[in-house]
Design a protein around this ligand. Structure first.
Ligand code: G4P
Length: 533
């Protein structure tokens, strides 16, 4: 393959995740995007997957549905010459470290905000991870067909809560809660909800190329038109100017107003997004930046899904391709084990279907059968190279439990299982200082991870466990000369533990307790993750 062909494959790829708080409209928007790409024929197929997930009451059910949720966790489709990969970031009870890790594999993110609710907690958490990576974030303010907050108020909220400035690409017309449509700032045109109140829009371009055009006044009535002119003038004068470089650095978010359900503004959003979002970017490795157009293939593992078919105990490793061309059957080196692996049955995902693929390019996600060698963050590359991609961050756990084997005779299997599942990234493991080795402390970001742990220890290692949830919500890695449980004042206000690398960590129940311990131990530093140093 020529360099040109590789380059054009790379340049047409857009790999992104949609981040939002549950119910903001992620499923609805995803479905509309897939429909534009012709990737799903039936409206509602993404929805039915969601409905099934909602009905989940225990892990057995989750397991049954895994085939569905896995195939849908990456969706690939084409639109207007672009090849689009959407990576799912599960919400609700599915929230786990996988959700965060998925954000390591994308080049940009779309943040959905409910116009009535503004920035909500889960959006905030996911946004933070995107911000740390410095990837571009595009904002879609959804449900414009309903009552909503004032758009200036929403911009202010983004700035205050998320510390990002916004550039509105379009602007709601009408008083808060009774919007008639939007004004498109690029094209100087008004786009109104159509008379039927659903599906699509009525477009009226300006003849003179500005918001002050008298044709708008006729259409909207002079009061509404004047208010719109005032808003746009304020944005032009006092707002940020559009700066693609700032967008690419994640410092400015293009903000779109629309309604996924009524399909208002979705196509315009998709087209602008594809134009402004970046193609796959270079990735940092131990040997410097790896360019997507390097002729040699490389990739990293960002997610492992085990036991998709309990009868076969198979594991699937999801890789994100970073450079070169991937072809079925190619032999690649797994850097961490030094093993040469033949990638015989690579899988790719098209909406609801899994298919075997023959080739893939940077930005694409491929599922590989894992012979049990892969770990999260591992590097794969063609022979003749030697590097690893930069370490994955550790995400601060927020939920903790003490676990032990119900039957002490099963301790060996218990330790083996919990160690392997930790390596796989299913949970984070700690041991309590000065306690015996019968039990471990497990940390997670979402409660689903506890269910997964319990289920997999039983089904894959034959161990029933006892689990006691602990009242802690914060973990802090402690740095200072000789931090010991006895020398740390107030250690008994939380729990002193060690992580798998024997680094001291304090678990506490809230910020208040943390502040007390920090104030009383001025020589100790407290970090939310082991990596931040
Ligand atoms: P999620 O994946 O982010 O959790 O949200 P989802 O798309 O499922 O949307 C949550 C609810 O919001 C759904 O209603 C959906 O129909 C509605 N919704 C999504 N986009 C819009 C919009 O642009 N305008 C309005 N008014 N509603 C929107 P539901 O009652 O939970 O489900 P359903 O009965 O509509 O299927």
């Amino acid at each position: 393959m020529s360099d040109n062909e590789l380059n054009s494959e790379i340049n047409r790829r857009r790999t992104f995740a949609i981040i939002s708080h549950p119910d903001a409209g992620k499923t609805t928007l995803t479905e509309k995007l897939l429909l534009y790409g012709g990737a799903i024929h039936l409206a509602g197929s993404v929805k039915s997957r969601k409905a099934q997930r909602h009905a989940v009451s225990d892990w057995m059910e989750i397991e049954k549905q895994r085939g569905i949720s896995v195939t849908s966790s990456v969706m690939q489709f084409d639109y207007d010459g672009y090849r689009i990969n959407i990576l799912d970031t599960p919400g609700h009870q599915d929230f786990s470290e996988d959700t965060y890790r998925t954000l390591m594999a994308v080049d940009s993110a779309v943040m959905i905000i409910d116009v009535a609710k503004g920035v909500e907690t889960q959006t905030q958490k996911l946004f933070k991870v995107c911000k740390q990576r410095g990837i571009p974030i595009f904002t879609f303010v959804n449900k414009l067909d309903r009552f909503g907050k004032n758009p200036f108020e929403l911009m202010e909220e983004l700035e205050k809560v998320l510390e990002i400035r916004a550039y509105p690409m379009n602007w709601p017309i009408g008083v808060d809660g009774a919007y008639q449509g939007v004004y498109n700032r690029q094209l100087a045109q008004i786009e109104l909800f159509d008379g039927a109140g659903s599906q699509g829009q009525k477009v009226l371009p300006s003849v003179v190329g500005s918001v002050g055009d008298p044709v708008f006044s006729e259409m909207l009535g002079s009061g509404v038109h004047q208010a719109l002119c005032d808003d746009i003038e304020l944005l032009d004068m006092a707002g940020d100017s559009f700066d693609l470089e700032k967008v690419r650095q994640g410092e400015l978010t293009p903000m779109f107003f629309g309604s996924a359900m009524t399909n208002f503004g979705v196509r315009n959003f998709l087209e602008q997004f594809l134009r402004l979002a970046p193609a796959p970017a270079p990735r940092l490795s131990s040997a410097g930046l790896v360019q997507p157009a390097d002729s040699k293939f490389s990739a990293f593992v960002f997610k492992i899904q085990a036991n998709m078919n309990p009868a076969h105990r198979d594991r699937l490793a999801f890789i994100r391709i970073c450079s070169g061309k991937f072809t079925r059957g190619m032999a690649v080196l797994h850097n961490q084990s030094g093993k040469l692996l033949k990638l015989a049955q690579p899988q790719q995902f098209l909406a609801q279907e899994r298919t075997i693929i023959d080739e893939a390019y940077p930005g694409d996600i491929v599922g590989l059968f894992d012979p049990g060698v892969f770990g999260i963050g591992d590097t794969l590359h063609e022979q003749g190279q030697a590097f690893t991609f930069a370490d994955f961050p550790v995400f601060p756990p927020e939920k903790f439990a003490r676990v032990q084997a119900k039957d002490t005779m099963k301790r060996k299997q218990f330790v083996k299982g919990i160690t392997q599942l930790t390596q796989e990234g299913a949970v984070q493991l700690f041991r309590q200082a000065d306690a015996g080795m019968e039990s471990y402390i497990v940390g997670t970001v979402g409660s689903l991870q506890f269910d997964v742990l319990e289920y997999r220890l039983k089904n894959e290692y034959g161990v029933d466990i006892l689990m006691n949830h602990l009242p802690y919500e914060l973990a802090r890695w402690l740095v200072g000369a000789e931090v010991k449980p006895k020398s740390l004042r107030g250690a008994d206000r939380g729990m002193f533990v060690y992580d798998v690398k024997e680094r001291p960590v304090l678990l506490v129940s809230n910020e208040w307790a943390l502040r007390w311990v920090a104030d009383n131990n001025p020589a100790v530093e407290f970090f939310p993750t082991p990596a931040v140093r």
